[in-house]
Ligand binder design. Structure first.
Ligand SMILES: Cc1cc2nc3c(=O)[nH]c(=O)nc-3n(C[C@H](O)[C@H](O)[C@H](O)COP(=O)(O)O)c2cc1C
Length: 106
């Protein structure tokens, strides 16, 4: 079932954006899919991505999710810069989050 978005953040005044989603069913969450798909052109925007997932390996949804996000963004002429998978079960999780916090800015 496709979700109906009741709130749609407007990013038109921003030239740098971070998109993040949990992995759901080995792919991008339906909510993020719906949000990204309805966005107008992303031309001129630099975009960093991160996803969170629970299963131990990136091929269990993490990689696919990042690829799906990148594809939609590039179709809308946005420029994807950094991409990170955060594994919720990994013992280095907090280090990875810290790295995202310190590197995700223009
Ligand atoms: C409906 C559903 C499906 C999920 N499917 C996956 C999956 O395919 N692969 C995975 O690694 N994690 C999966 N997860 C785990 C979430 O990605 C993980 O809980 C999330 O990234 C952590 O954030 P949260 O606080 O939103 O749960 C799933 C979680 C839910 C609720």
């Amino acid at each position: 079932m496709n979700p109906v978005l009741t709130e749609i953040p407007d990013i038109k005044d921003y030239d740098y954006v971070i998109f993040a989603t949990p992995v759901h069913g080995f792919q991008m969450s339906k909510i993020m899919q719906a949000y990204l798909n309805q966005l107008p052109s992303l031309k001129g925007k630099v975009i960093d991505l991160f996803i969170t997932h629970f299963f131990p390996f990136a091929w269990m949804g993490g990689n696919v999710t990042l690829k799906q996000m990148k594809k939609i963004i590039e179709q809308k002429e946005g420029q994807v810069r950094l991409m990170t998978s955060i594994n919720w079960k990994n013992r280095h999780r907090e280090d990875v989050i810290q790295q995202v916090v310190t590197t995700y800015h223009v």
